[in-house]
Design a protein around this ligand. Sequence first.
Ligand code: AHR
Length: 513
Amino acid sequence: MTLSAQVRLDPWEAIAPVDRGLFGSFVEHMGRCVYGGLFEPGHPSTDEDGFRGDVLELVRELGVSLVRYPGGNFASGYRWEDGVGPLAQRPARLDLAWHSRESNVFGLDEFMRWTRKAGVEPLMTLNLGTRGIREALELLEYANHPGRSELSDRRITHGAREPYRIRRWCLGNELDGPWQLGHKMAAEYARVAAEAARAMRQYDPGLRLIACGSSGASMPTFGEWERVVLEETVELIDEISLHAYYEEGDDLAGFLASGVDLDRSIEQVATIIDDVGRRSGSDKRIGIAVDEWNVWYLSRHLERFRPVDWPEAPVLCEDAYTVADAVVVGGLLISLLRHADRVTSACLAQLVNTIAPIKTAPGGPAWREATFYPVALTAAHARGQVLQSHVTAPRMETSRYGSVPVIDVAATLDDDGVVSLFAVNRHPGERVTLDVGAGAGDGWHVATAVVISDEDVHAVNTLDDPLRVRPRDLGAITVEGRHAQAVLPPASWSLVRLRQGWPAGPTRSLASA
Ligand code: AHR
C-alpha cells in the first residue's frame, strides 16, 4: 500500500531566516573525540599541529558552523590553565566526569588553532561546577584581551599574539543534573549564572551568553528550572539551553517520530521564555540553544562510565549509526528548522568518535557515519528563509507519542529562488506519495532529489564497508504545473530541491499583490 500526503508552500510565508548557528557541533574531552579524533600526532594525514587532516576535511564537508568545547560534563571539573603553556609543564589530571586520565596535551590554544583550520566559530563552556566567576573572568582575559595584562600576555607568550575574540559562552553545563560536578538547585544556579553574566559583561557587553536550561525534557525539574533561571537572568543572557538525546528502544515507529518530542520541548521552553518576559516586563528576545542533541545509545554504555583504571582517551560511546538513526537525525533537523524563530543555535553532540557522525581508526582512515549525511545535506542546502509548511498526512500510532503524522517536512527558500524540501517518512513499513503544492508561481522544476533509506533499517557504515549507507537518488519526481510528486520509501529522510520561478526570498509585497 502507498499512503498519500500533501504539503503546500507559499513564498511569502516565512518563519525566520536560517541562522547558520543551527549547524553547530560539540567537541568534548570524552573518549576519543579529541585524542585520536581531532588530534593524532603521527597519523599519516596529520599536520604540523598534530591535527588529523582527514578529519578536518570531513568536518568542513559536514558544514559545521560553530563548535562547543571542552564539554559537557568534562567542563564542570576542568581547569583551563592546565591545558595551556609548555607541554612539559602541563599536569595530568583525573577527569571525574568520565573516569579518565586527562593528559592536557590538547587545550585551549590547540582548540583555537583547530577552529581556524576547520573554519568554525568557538563556543566555550565555562566551569561553573567546581569553579566560579573568578576563573571565568581569568579565562576571558586570557582568551580575549589584546595584551598588557598578566593573562593576555601569557597567551602571547604561548604563541597567540592576536586575541581569540570568543563571542559565545555557555554559563556552565547541565547543572540541573545530579551527575554534574557542582550540581545545583535552580535558585543556586540562577544566582551564579547571573553573577557570572554580569561580571563577563563588565568586560565586554557584546558577548553572547547561554544559561543552562534543562539537561532533558524528562528531568523532574524541567520547566520550573527554566522559569527560576530566566527570572534571575532575563536581562543578562541571550539564550537558554535545551539538551535532547534519543535512542531506539523497542518502538521503531516512536523512535522515527522523535522530532515530535523535540517540537514539544522547544515549544514548552518558548512558552516559559514568553511568560517570564511578559511578567518581568522585559522585551529582550531570549533564544533557545539546543546545544546538545543527537541519537545516543546511552543505556548501552552506563556501566562503562566508571572504569577503575582511569584510562586515557578510552573507546566510549562509539556506536555505529543505523539508517533509522540517520532518519531520526534528519527529522530532528526538520524540527530545529521549523523553530528557526526560537532556536538560535544548536550543536550536534558530538563531532568525532564519541556519539559522532565522523569515526576514525587509530593510524587508519576516517569515515562518515549514516547520520553524517542528513546533517551535511541540511547544512549545505537549508539557506535563506524557512517557509511555513502546511502538511496534510495520514497518522500512525506510536507507543511513545500516541498518534503522529507519518510525514514531517521543513522547507527553505534561498537567495537563488531554490526551494529545499526536507522530508521524513516516519512509517516503518509504508511508502508515502508526497504532493508538493505551490501556492503561487508557474510550475516546479526539479533540481535534485536524494534519499537515505534501506531495506535494512539497521544497516550501518563500518571501517570495512564505509559506504554501505549513503544518499541515493530518490527516483523520478512527477511534475504537473504547481504540483510535484515524490514517493518517499518507508523509514526514510529525503532532500528534494525544486525551482518555482519565485523571487529570491519571500516578500510581504507578494502577499498583498
Ligand atoms: O554528550 C555527552 C554528555 O551528555 C555531555 O557531557 C553532557 O553534557 C550530556 O549529559
